[in-house]
Design a protein around this ligand. Structure first.
Ligand code: ADP
Ligand code: MG
Length: 314
């Protein structure tokens, strides 16, 4: 029996920057997904996960089915495609990463499964290669148009430190989070839906259009004077550019504040995710995080009638 795990992730700052070759700053959640796996002699794959219908298939017969099994089939498909030899297996998944809450349960599942397969079949895959394999599984078999941040974070991030990822060069720097700072995350209970997915896709298209008009490869290369140049053409596109330019600056300023242990500068709260629902994240004093999160959730309920769910601290 082989056992492996991977964490969820929360992005401290850097929204709508990943697909513009910008900067992001995720860290690992304390919640993890655990996979226990026993190799088989044949090519049958059987996987169970608490709360989901069990899945079974044969290696080589992976296809998109529109259920959670796509994440598993995606992983075995991508390994085969890359020439990594595996046999069938029985696996059980147990996860504390809440699905669909913006903590990237999907990447935690892919990375944990890939790690268990790496151990069971002695695959030569480092954590970086594993992150890319997980991303390819999600993009090509699940069919999600996502960047690589989630999988890089699940494969490389640790609690207590953030990963400063430069999406242009996939350059990664580890930034310690001061021990007396804690992260609170509250799920607003307002989930992404298809219309909002549409709004996200629209943002992506607008960023591509703005980059094209400015004659740059991506908005990573844009500047505030480009914003001014775009205003007469399109106030909307100019706003998109301003966000990306200043958001990259905010990531750098935030990292500098963390490194200087400057709490007054690095404390704050914001909506995480692409901005259409999801969770609220706050940096708070470590010994007050649980109380602060509970108080905020209670205030949210009394003001809106909606129930927020405290995801962190656990
Ligand atoms: P997020 O990654 O932000 O949690 P996604 O929509 O990308 O949201 O992934 C959620 C999906 O991943 C679930 O609907 C399910 O299909 C799959 N998934 C996540 N965790 C598990 C799990 N423990 N067992 C089975 N499937 C899971
Ligand atoms: Mg996901």
């Amino acid at each position: 029996m082989y056992r492996a795990d991977a964490p969820g992730r929360v992005n401290l700052i850097g929204e709508h920057t990943d697909y513009n070759e910008g900067l992001v700053l995720p860290t690992a959640t304390p919640q993890r997904t655990v996979v226990e796996l026993s190799p088989r002699e044949d090519r049958v794959v059987r996987v169970e996960s608490e709360g989901y219908m069990p899945i079974a298939y044969r290696l080589g017969e992976e296809r998109h089915c529109g259920d959670w099994g796509d994440y598993v089939r995606g992983v075995t498909w991508v390994l085969a495609k890359a020439g990594h030899p595996i046999r069938g297996f029985d696996a059980g998944i147990a996860s504390r990463v809440p699905p669909g809450a913006g903590l990237s349960s999907s990447a935690a599942l892919e990375v944990a499964l890939l790690r268990a397969l790496r151990d069971a079949f002695s695959l030569t895959l480092d954590d970086m290669a594993l992150a890319y394999a997980a991303h390819k599984a999600e993009r090509d078999v699940v069919g999600a148009r996502v960047g690589t941040m989630d999988q890089l974070a699940a494969a490389l991030a640790r609690t207590g430190e953030a990963l400063l990822i430069d999406m242009r060069k996939t350059k990664i720097e580890r930034v310690p989070i001061p021990a007396d700072v804690d992260i609170a995350v509250i799920d607003s209970g307002i989930a992404h839906d298809n219309a909002k997915q549409g709004a996200y896709n629209e943002r992506r298209a607008q960023c591509e259009e703005a980059a094209r008009r400015l004659g740059v490869a991506s908005l990573r290369d844009a500047t505030l004077s480009d914003v001014e140049r775009l205003v007469p053409q399109s106030a909307t596109l100019a706003r998109r550019v301003r966000h990306v330019v200043t958001e990259n600056e905010r990531v750098r300023a935030f990292v500098a504040a963390l490194q200087a242990d400057d709490h007054a500068r690095c404390y704050g709260a914001r909506l995480v995710g692409a901005g259409f629902g999801g969770s609220v994240l706050a940096l708070v004093d470590a010994d007050r995080a649980a109380d602060a999160a509970r108080a905020a959730a209670e205030r949210y309920r009394s003001r809106t009638g909606r129930t927020g769910r405290v995801l962190m601290p656990v």
